[in-house]
Design a protein around this ligand. Structure first.
Ligand code: NAD
Length: 266
C-alpha cells in the first residue's frame, strides 16, 4: 500500500525539475498522476517512464498562463481517473533580464509573472475545488519560493507573485477546510533543477552554498518528498502552511558571516 494509494494527482509543470520529481514520487507511492506541461513531449515521456516502472500516469499539454487550458487539464484529470484529489500548482517562471527593480522593471513582465505564477494557482484551485468537494476532499499544494519572504535587488515581480502564493494558500485553506480540503505550499530555496544547473554560473552556486547552513545544495527530490508528504494523509492536520525547504539558507542573521570575520580579526 503506497503512501498516496488511489489518490489522483494533477501536477502542473511536471515535465521537468521539481514537478517531474513530485510526479514520479507520487506515482511510485500509488497515485494516478496527470502530468500537465507546456512541453507536452516531455510530459508524455515522463508518463511513459512512470508506466515502465509500474506506475500510472498520463502526459498532457497545459499552458498555465491560459484560463481555459487550466480548466481543460482539471476536467481531463477527472474524466481520465474519475476524480481529482491532489492538485500540485507548480508552474512558475522568472526573468532576470526584465524583472528588475521597481523603477526599471518591464511592466509587461510584471503582468506575465502575476498571471503565470499567482493567477494560475487561483485558477487551478478554483476549477479543482468543486470536484474535490464532490469526492470528499483533497490536498492542494502550491509552489511558492523563498523569494516570497525577502526583498532583493532584482526580481520584484517574481518575489511579489510568490508572496501572493503564500497568502493565497492560507485563504484557500481557510475557505475550504470544512470541506476536507487542505492547502499548503512549499517554498524552495535554490534547487539544482536542470534549468538552474544550466543557467547558474559556478560562482553563483558558490555564493548560495556559502550561506546554506547545510554543506550541500537542494535537489528536486527534496521538494518532491515534501510534496508527497503534503499530498498524503500523513499531513492530515497541516493546512495553510508554507514549508520552507532551503537548507537553512535563510535561518541565520544575515550579518553573521561579516560578524564572524570581524571576530577573527579582533
Ligand atoms: N529551482 C529553483 O531553485 C526554484 C526555487 C524556488 C522556486 N522554484 C519554483 O519551482 C517551480 C518549478 O521550477 P523548476 O525549477 O522545477 O523549473 P523547471 O524549468 O525545471 O520546470 C518548469 C516546468 O514548467 C513548464 N512550464 C513553463 N511554463 C509553463 C506554462 N506556461 N504552462 C505549463 N507548463 C509550463 C516547463 O516546460 C517545465 O517543464 C516554479 O514555480 C519555480 O518558480 C524553483
Amino acid at each position: 500500500m503506497g503512501r498516496v494509494q488511489d489518490k489522483v494527482a494533477l501536477v502542473t509543470g511536471g515535465a521537468s525539475g521539481i514537478g517531474l520529481s513530485s510526479a514520479t514520487l507520487l506515482a511510485k507511492e500509488g497515485a494516478k498522476v496527470v502530468i500537465a506541461d507546456f512541453n507536452v513531449d516531455g510530459a508524455k515521456e515522463a508518463a511513459e517512464r512512470i508506466k515502465a516502472e509500474g506506475g500510472e500516469a498520463v502526459g498532457i499539454f497545459l499552458d498555465a498562463g491560459d484560463e481555459n487550458s487550466i480548466k481543460e487539464a482539471v476536467e481531463f484529470t477527472v474524466e481520465q481517473y474519475g476524480k481529482i484529489t491532489v492538485l500540485y500548482n507548480n508552474v512558475g517562471s522568472t526573468n532576470l533580464q526584465k524583472d528588475l527593480d521597481v523603477v526599471n522593471m518591464d511592466l509587461n513582465e510584471w503582468d506575465r509573472l502575476m498571471n503565470l505564477n499567482l493567477k494560475s494557482v487561483l485558477l487551478g484551485s478554483r476549477f479543482a475545488i468543486p470536484h474535490m468537494i464532490k469526492s470528499g476532499g483533497g490536498s492542494i499544494i502550491n509552489t511558492a519560493s523563498m523569494a516570497g519572504f525577502f526583498g532583493d535587488s532584482i526580481r520584484a515581480a517574481y518575489g511579489a507573485s510568490k508572496a501572493g502564493v503564500v497568502n493565497l494558500t492560507r485563504y484557500i485553506a481557510a475557505q475550504y477546510g470544512k470541506n476536507h480540503i487542505r492547502c499548503n505550499a512549499v517554498a524552495p530555496g535554490l534547487i539544482l533543477t536542470p534549468a538552474a544547473k544550466n543557467n547558474m554560473p559556478p560562482d553563483v552556486l558558490d555564493i548560495f552554498a556559502k550561506y546554506n547552513a547545510l554543506p550541500y545544495h537542494g535537489e528536486p527530490d527534496d521538494i518532491g518528498n515534501t510534496v508527497l508528504f503534503l499530498a498524503s494523509d500523513e499531513s492530515k492536520f497541516i493546512t495553510g502552511q508554507t514549508i520552507q525547504v532551503e537548507g537553512g539558507h535563510y535561518i541565520a542573521n544575515p550579518t553573521s558571516p561579516d560578524f564572524e570575520e570581524f571576530m577573527k580579526k579582533s
